[in-house]
Design a protein around this ligand. Structure first.
Ligand SMILES: Cc1ncc(COP(=O)(O)O)c(C=O)c1O
Length: 414
């Protein structure tokens, strides 16, 4: 019997642990039999436009062209950030040994919070160990069980996990990027002492499209809902951070969360909002209070990343040139995004075996993410290609050629 990951996920809700462990075993066995690879094997080098890996299947090292990294600006390998990180090791050591709420808040942490507040256009900001922790911490720190969370159908799992942590009883999803659907839900009755929150992503991680942020914020405020924007894929990547000009009219405003991992290439998370909201979260956000603060090494690297992007605009310019170049090249394969984000989605035709197609790309030395049937419905299968600033035109041409080969071999036999 062959299992897919979705099957296993559903089992976690229904079956006892012993049955689930047996199922995990079968999943791995069937993957081995299909020569299907979970993950890419072991990474042997830094992750840049190219990466050396130990192939999970053959055990041999090989170089791959990287189109699956969220470090769109390649700052994770930039010499200036490495230098800043080394200086921070000398001054502060590797870690703080404490929570940000106690002894884990260094001068560097303070500086980074201030820089983020400026960048996001908010009064204040607080740091979290990751973008995931920022969303869980904000949602669980603000909502009570009787409050309501309405999220775009495609918002990140961490937003819903925050609601679970808070024991929120009423969570609702609205159709992706459909503000009319959100309006309808906002109009539904709630108990008079319940607050409503609504959450979207600025750039959708799995779709590569963007939310209509000013309209979303205006709609929330008209309906007295508190808005949350997960800006994980916006901060650093876009010069205006996508959120700086969001106007808040109701005095409470909203919260912007973000990860540093995409724009600045280092782990870390942040939330920004009014001083009142941030002061509240400093005490009540469990993933801020009950977790060791970010390493000063990471904080120094993120600060340098911000300076670097101001000093050298060509880093972002090259990314956007690459996005435009690749989007044009892949238009014949169904890409229709007009280059609005570094995440380029290629829908996989229903009649194509996406796993076989992904295997061909992998064998050609190309790493892309993909979602395949039956983990997603056939009409939603897609390749997710992450463009980077340091990709060359030759890299992008190689990807196009590989897609041509996949389309000619997988569409015929499927
Ligand atoms: C939209 C979105 N929000 C939050 C996160 C979590 O960020 P991090 O990787 O820093 O935990 C991600 C990362 O995949 C993301 O895509």
């Amino acid at each position: 019997m062959s299992y897919d990951l979705w099957d296993l996920y559903l089992a976690t809700r229904k079956e006892r642990l012993a049955q689930r462990l047996a199922k995990t075993d079968e999943l791995l066995e069937s993957a081995r039999n299909d020569q299907h690879v979970f993950g890419i094997g072991q990474v042997l080098s830094e992750v840049d436009r190219e990466v050396r890996i130990r192939c999970a299947e053959s055990g041999r090292p090989r170089s791959m062209l990287m189109f699956a990294s969220n470090s769109y600006l390649n700052l994770n390998t930039h010499p200036a950030l490495r230098r800043a990180a080394k200086e921070a090791i000398n001054s502060f050591g590797l870690g703080t040994g404490g929570s940000a709420a106690f002894n884990g808040h260094t001068r560097l942490h303070q500086m980074l919070e201030e820089r983020f507040a400026e960048l996001l256009g908010t009064e204040s900001a607080i740091l979290f160990p990751s973008g995931y922790a920022a969303n869980v911490g904000v949602v669980s720190g603000l909502l009570r069980p009787k409050d309501r969370l309405i999220g775009d159908d495609h918002v990140h799992a961490s937003c819903w996990d925050g609601a679970k942590t808070a024991g929120v009883r009423r969570t609702q999803r609205f159709r992706h990027n459909d503000l009319d659907d959100l309006r309808e839900r906002l109009g539904e009755e709630v108990s008079p002492d319940a607050d409503t929150y609504a959450v979207v992503e600025s750039v959708y991680s799995m779709e590569g499209d963007r939310a209509p942020l000013p309209e979303f914020v205006a709609l929330c405020e008209e309906n007295n809902a508190i808005w949350i924007v997960d800006n994980a894929h916006g901060v650093g990547v876009y010069e205006d951070a996508l959120v700086r000009d969001l106007e808040s009219a109701n005095g409470v405003g909203g919260v912007i969360t973000a990860s540093f991992a995409k724009g600045y290439g280092v782990p870390g998370g942040v939330a920004g909002g009014s001083s009142a909201l941030m002061d509240h979260l400093r005490f009540l956000s469990r993933s801020h209070v009950f977790s060791t603060s970010l390493s000063p090494v990471i904080v120094a690297a993120a600060l340098e990343g911000m300076d670097l992007l101001e000093r050298d605009p060509t880093i972002r310019e090259r990314l956007w040139m690459n996005v435009e170049y690749l989007t044009k090249k892949l238009t014949p394969f169904g890409v229709d995004q007009n280059g609005g984000s570094p995440i380029v989605i290629v829908p996989v035709p229903e009649e194509m075996d996406a796993k076989k197609a992904a295997k061909i790309l992998y064998d050609e030395g190309i790493l892309v993410n993909y979602s395949a049937f039956p983990a997603v419905p056939r009409e939603e299968q897609r390749f997710r290609i992450c463009v980077m600033s340091r990709h060359t035109n030759a890299d992008l041409d190689r990807l196009e050629k590989a897609f041509e080969r996949v389309w000619s071999s997988c569409l015929q036999g499927a």
